[in-house]
Design a protein around this ligand. Structure first.
Ligand code: ZN
Length: 373
């Protein structure tokens, strides 16, 4: 069943809606009382499909997979604390988006969809192009003109049709929506399935920490899929009576584009209108998050908080990570900038388990990194 987050209407799962007729975002309803036992997990595949109870498919469906998931969780001494880094930039296409896209494309294939349109700032486009190639689905990807050359070359190499759109990220979305009037709009931001694939990173963190929930999880936030994924996963573990408390979700935005952060500190329920400025954290440069209301509610329900970091802090964060051996795209560096902020506020504690999420590979953003100094 697909549930509308705005009008709460329910739709059949096979209805092929990418959005509710009311204009609201749809989310797949999943039974959160079913989760594999620790014993069962021992013999499951080394991929996100080990959590199949939380990723419902029709009987007999073989997932569209490139082996995504089970990325390393690496403990490193970090300033005054000890932080576990989740290296999700090691996913098959170089970003965490593979998780969401693997589940979304598997569902689209089940629904018999043979041609899709997607828009992306780069990483989701690359993931969609790769999984569409794996599934034999025709794929057209719209990207903003400013997207890193590395991401564009990657998308085209998978055989997808690439369309560069002048103007803002929002102009790209409008162009893709228009093109999708003839085919299926597989937007990862609107997809009822994408965020369920994303949530598997949080199941993994729980499993990799000897089946315990950490105290804090720090994630970059643009549309907020990492926030929602984390919230859904830990809510699932709570409903299944496997854990007894949420970890605090700490979501980080670039100061130059922070509609969620502004809403959070102003105690508002919806993202606020902002004057967006350019940021080197291109992956989280979203002025109008589709599920902004749900993202804000999720952070608050976990007792978490939001931080905003400026361009200089992001650059410093990038080099802090690189000097620890972690080569990520500038978007991921916002979590290192957030760690520095938390330390300054006395909130990076050795008595707590803190996990920092690294979302995309630096190898894709070489042209941007060249100009960082
Ligand atoms: Zn609706």
């Amino acid at each position: 069943m697909l549930l509308c987050e705005r009008c709460h209407q329910q739709h059949e799962e096979d209805s092929k809606y990418w959005r509710c007729p009311c204009g609201g975002a749809l989310l797949l309803h999943v039974d959160e009382t079913r989760f594999p036992s620790q014993e069962a997990l021992q013999s499951r595949p080394s991929s996100l499909w080990r959590y199949k109870e939380a990723l419902p498919l029709r009987d007999g469906t073989i997932p569209v997979s490139l082996g995504e998931g089970l990325t390393p969780l690496v403990p490193l001494p970090w300033k005054s604390g000890r932080v576990f880094f989740k290296l999700d930039y090691l996913c098959p296409t170089g970003s965490y988006k593979d998780r969401g896209v693997a589940y979304e494309v598997t569902r689209l294939k089940e629904l018999g969809i043979s041609s899709i349109v997607e828009d992306s700032s780069g990483n989701a486009g690359a993931a969609m192009a790769a999984y569409a190639a794996r599934a034999g689905i025709h794929c057209q990807i719209f990207v903003p003109e400013y997207t890193s050359a590395g991401k564009c070359v990657q998308i085209e190499s998978y055989g997808a049709e690439l369309v560069r759109v002048p103007g803002s990220r929002e102009d790209t979305t409008r162009a893709a929506e228009q093109a999708a009037s003839h085919t299926y709009y597989a937007s990862h931001n609107w997809s009822p399935y994408f965020v369920h694939g994303i949530k598997t990173y949080a199941f993994e963190i729980w499993e990799q920490l000897q089946c315990t929930a950490p105290h804090k999880i720090i994630v970059p936030a643009g549309q907020g899929s990492l926030v929602l994924g984390c919230y859904l996963a830990f809510r699932h573990l709570l409903q299944s009576k496997i854990i007894s408390r949420f970890p605090q979700i700490i979501a980080v935005q670039a100061k130059n584009c922070a509609p969620l952060y502004e809403a959070f500190i102003q105690r508002k329920e919806e993202p606020v209108q902002i004057e967006k400025q350019e940021t080197i954290a291109e992956g989280i440069s979203s002025a109008l998050p589709v599920r902004g209301r749900e993202v804000l509610a999720a952070i608050r329900k976990t007792g978490g908080e939001m931080l905003a970091v400026d361009e200089e802090e992001i650059k410093r964060g990038f080099y802090d990570l690189a000097k620890a051996g972690l080569y990520v795209e500038p978007t991921s560096a916002v979590v290192a900038a957030a760690l520095a902020k938390l330390e300054g506020q006395g909130k990076l504690l050795t008595s707590e388990t803190t996990v920092a999420f690294l979302s995309g590979s630096g190898l894709k953003a070489t042209d941007k990194i060249l100009h960082l100094k």
